[in-house]
Design a protein around this ligand. Structure first.
Ligand code: CP
Length: 317
């Protein structure tokens, strides 16, 4: 079945079949990335531009690796030294890049909806690499792939998403994705870090972390996004860690084979105990990073196949 969308702007509009199609393809790339020779010609001749208006390590690097491993020409636009610093608007920048005829544009922006707006102005395929508080679709896909490979399934799992739900695009994309695949999702957070209307995601809400973790298969911790906070959302970082930081004692309420996730970057001793973050029996944080490259390869290939100038894998090889 052809992938139904020209761009990947979020998970909200993806059908379960489309999600599983991307994960199945990514599974193959996990194996390829573990081989000594990692390069293919699938996207040879195509141009990918990464446009990151917000800082990033994992997402930007893995999109660059993903494009290069598939044989695309990959450019990273240096936003700070671009004409944006001279007052050029986001849309004018997008239209300027569009005139250079890229095939794939990967965009991260601090404003919710900015990537959707940009996608309306260009002819190429656009991937949302995280927009404001709205969505981070490839993060949810790589989280889903990590869970499926560890748990052997991606449905009927008890998943707790804990921490700064209010400012988190990762939480939103994960709530959409895991909800569509019939998992039971709990969010655990202080009331100040919960968005209004959280009920529409069909999640259970817990203020008490130990209650919320009871019987969980997966615990997903979120970074306290201090850079998005204007004012005091938590009494102090120390108090926050005491009530909402994950440590071995609190985790003992979850199932014995629970896995601990974090999208990164993580603040050790703020949302997660440092020793637990490095516990290879329970923490899958590094595995999430590995899955990120495979998922992004799957996304780039899938969107490339929908381009009007697509002539088949490696057609220009
Ligand atoms: N998870 C995530 O988006 O990390 P980066 O901000 O480092 O890309």
């Amino acid at each position: 079945m052809p992938f139904p969308q020209r761009h990947l702007l979020g998970v909200e509009d993806l059908a379960p079949e489309a999600i599983l199609q991307l994960l199945d393809r990514a599974d193959g790339y996990v194996e390829m990335n573990r081989e000594a020779r990692k390069k293919r010609d699938i996207l040879k001749g195509l141009t990918q531009i990464n446009l990151f208006f917000e800082s990033s390590t994992r997402t930007q690097m893995s999109f660059e690796l993903a494009g290069k491993r598939l044989g695309a020409d990959v450019m990273n636009m240096p936003v700070k030294s671009s004409s944006l610093s001279k007052g050029e608007t986001l849309i004018d920048t997008a239209m300027t890049l569009n005139a250079m005829r890229p095939d794939l544009l990967v965009v991260r922006h601090a404003d919710s909806g900015a990537v959707n707006l940009l996608a309306q102005k260009v002819n190429c395929a656009v991937v949302n690499a995280g927009d404001g508080r709205r969505e981070h679709p490839t993060q949810a896909l790589l989280d889903a792939l990590t869970i499926r490979r560890r748990k052997g399934r991606l449905h009927r799992l008890n998943v707790a998403i804990c921490g700064d739900i209010l400012h988190s695009r990762v939480a939103r994309s994960n709530m959409w994705l895991l909800g569509k695949l019939e998992n039971r999702i709990r969010v655990i957070a202080p009331p100040t870090l919960l968005p209004t209307g959280i009920e529409r995601f069909g999640v259970e809400v817990f203020e008490d972390m130990e209650q919320g973790l009871e019987g969980c298969d997966v615990v997903m911790m979120l970074r306290l996004q201090l850079e998005r906070m204007s004012g005091a959302f938590v009494p102090s970082v120390r108090e926050y860690f005491h009530r909402y930081g994950l440590n071995a004692e609190k985790l003992a309420r979850a199932k014995e084979d629970v896995i601990v996730m974090h999208p990164g970057p993580m603040n050790r001793g703020v949302e997660i105990d440092s020793e637990l973050a490095d516990d290879i029996n329970r923490s899958v944080i590094q595995e999430q990073v590995e899955m990120g490259v495979a998922v992004r390869m799957a996304v780039l290939e899938t969107l490339a196949e929908r381009l009007p100038n697509w002539r088949g894998a490696g057609a220009l090889a």
